[in-house]
Every structure is written in C-alpha cells, then in structure tokens.
Design a protein around this ligand. Structure first.
Ligand code: FAD
Length: 310
C-alpha cells in the first residue's frame, strides 16, 4: 500500500497529469453562409486551445478548390493558428494541382496534407490516375516538395487502406510518402485502439520514424459514421453498435454517449503514451472542446468563447 491520498485512488490512470498533449483539428469548407458561421464559431472556440495546426479538407476532384483555399487563407489572415490545406490529386492534371500548390504558397500556407483522393466513381470502384496527373499521395508529396518549402502531412491507415492487399504493401506506400518528403502522417479514424497500437508496431518495425498522429472521430451521428466506416474500411465493433442502440429518438443521450465513447478512447490512448491527437471536428466544437479539457488542455487566455454551438 503506498502513501496515496484516498481521492487519488478513484482517479483513472489517464496520464493527464503529465499532459504534454498536442492536438490538431480538422474542418471541412463551408457550403453556405450558415455553415460558414458554424465553422467560424467552432474555430474561435477551439483556437484558444492552441492547436498545433488546423486543417481544411479538399473535395476529391477539386470540388471544393475555391472554398478550401478561401477558408485556409482566412485562417492565415484572421487567426493565430497555422493552417494546413488538404489537397487531392484524383481527377486533375499535374498542372492543375501544381497551380493549387503555388496558390497555397502565395497565400502564406506552408503546410499541405497530400492525398490521392477516392476514385472518381466513388469508394469501392477502381482507381485510375488522371492521365498526366499525379499517381497517388506519395507522388503528390514529391511534387509538393519540388515546388516549394512546405511541411507535408499524409494519410495512414491503422486497419490498412481498403485498396492495399496487405499490411506490407500499405507500409511500403507509407515509406514512399516519407521518402517523398512527408514528415507526419495522420490516421484514418478508428475505434479499436489495439489496431492503432499494432499499426505503430508495424511502422516501427519497418524503420519508419515520422509521427503517426491518432485521428479521432467523435461519433456525433452514428448512422453516418457507420456508413462511412464501412466504405473506408474502419471496423465498427459490436460494443459501439450496442452503445448507440435504441437512441434514434434521443439526441441528447446520443451526444452524451458520443462524449463518453470519445473520452474513453482518448484516455486509453493517453494511458498508453499517445500524445498527439487529430480531431475530425465535423465543424462542431463543443464535444471536442470538452474532450480536450478532460485531456488537460486549457484555453491559453483562460477565456473560452461562447459555449453555444450554432
Ligand atoms: P494513397 O496513400 O496514395 O493510396 C492508398 C492506397 O492505394 C495504397 O495504400 C495502395 O493500396 C493503393 N495505391 C496507391 N498507389 C498505388 C500504386 N501506384 N500502385 C498500387 N496501389 C497503389 N479525401 C478527400 O477527398 N479529401 C480530403 O481532404 C481528405 N482528407 C483525408 C485526411 C486524412 C487524414 C485521411 C486518412 C484521409 C483523407 N481523405 C480525404 C481520404 C483519402 O482521400 C482516401 O482514403 C483515398 O482513398 C486514399 O487517399 P491516400 O492519399 O490515402 O492514398
């Protein structure tokens, strides 16, 4: 028996006290004025948490080219956060993609998340690089390195990418991205932490030494997440199905369960030494803000924006 205060006995072994946790947040570009307002509310609420960076997604085939660019440019101009602009190469010529890279650079954006993108006919159909376009994420990362001095992040898949026949092909793909200049990988979301731990072991065994940031998706909409998980190869364990079972007409309970599930996941990751987290915010800040609080992250100026989520 150690000389521990009784109250300590009830505190889970989360490692929160050690803190040192770094977070980043992902947003998607808004489609209309109401969504724009929601995005900026979310950004102002999360900005005081001093994220490493915030990233803005890019529609495959360039469908959000303008909106992604406008959003990251505004983040550069109006916030203290370093933005990362996502970029995909599917369905575009090399010249079109290079122009986007140069335009990012001209707007003061120094960090790009380099991605291949899903096949133009949708997830599950076969992927064909655009004739004369970049072939995949690694090839795009190489192009970005050639054009300018950008920080390059890439994707990683704890459960392997659905198009990878096995983990060793998947690992060679990650290695190609590192050889092309990537200095960080962000994972697809996952709900079974063991998959992530095993993936880290594989990365380490392959001698790849870039940080593999855990991508965390709070389950704000279980149906939508299940559908997306099925398409991108992320396993939904039966216990997760069970937790949301019967809550179709219970939005507030669903929100509470989502918070509990995410809390459980990140606290287990922290207890296992994970210190870098990338949150897929879906442009909603409140749950992510609460999880960060639980992780020991506090607003820099001790003043958070309004708790209202619009
Ligand atoms: P890559 O890593 O280039 O390739 C994926 C797999 O395809 C490889 O593992 C391999 O199996 C196979 N492959 C690739 N090249 C070859 C080759 N030459 N020969 C044989 N097989 C090959 N999508 C968007 O549209 N917009 C976004 O903003 C976006 N952001 C994302 C952010 C993160 C953190 C993650 C994890 C994913 C994101 N995605 C985004 C989804 C991503 O575009 C899809 O998962 C897509 O299917 C693969 O893109 P990638 O860059 O991971 O592909």
């Amino acid at each position: 028996m150690s000389n521990t205060d009784a109250s300590d006995l009830y505190r889970p072994n989360t490692g929160v006290a050690q803190s040192g946790v770094r977070v980043s947040f992902e947003f998607f570009p808004p489609r209309n004025e109401a969504m724009e307002k929601q995005l900026w509310n979310a950004l102002s609420r999360l900005e005081p948490l001093n994220p490493e960076f915030v990233s803005v997604t890019y529609g495959a085939g360039g469908s959000t080219r303008e909106r992604t660019h406008n959003t990251v440019s505004r983040i550069v101009q109006e916030t203290s956060i370093a933005p990362a602009a996502h970029l995909t190469c599917v369905g575009a010529t090399r010249e079109e993609v290079d122009n986007v890279i140069r335009a990012y650079g001209d707007s003061g954006i120094r960090h790009i998340v380099a991605l291949r993108g899903d096949p133009t006919d949708g997830i599950g159909s076969s992927y064909e690089p655009h004739p004369g376009g970049y072939e995949n994420g690694a090839d795009l990362a190489k192009g970005i390195s050639t054009i300018g001095d950008f920080e390059i992040s890439v994707s990683a898949y704890p459960e392997k990418h659905p198009e990878s026949p096995n983990f060793s092909v998947d690992m060679e793909n990650l290695r190609a991205k590192v050889d092309a200049g990537a200095t960080r990988a962000i994972t697809q979301f996952f709900f079974v932490n063991d998959y992530y731990y095993r993936y880290l072991d594989r990365v380490s065994a392959a001698g790849i030494d870039i940080p593999i940031i855990a991508g965390i998706l709070p389950v704000l909409n279980f149906r939508q997440v299940s559908k997306f998980a099925g398409q991108c190869g992320a396993h939904i364990p039966p216990w997760l199905v069970d937790r949301f079972d019967g809550l179709d007409e219970e939005p507030e309970t669903r929100r509470l369960i989502a918070a509990a599930v995410t809390a459980e996941q990140v606290l287990d990751l922290m207890a296992n030494g994970v210190r870098d987290f990338h949150f897929y915010t879906m442009n909603q800040a409140n749950l992510v803000f609460a999880i960060c609080h639980l992780m020991g992250i506090r607003p820099m100026d001790n003043a958070s924006a309004s708790p209202a989520e619009s």
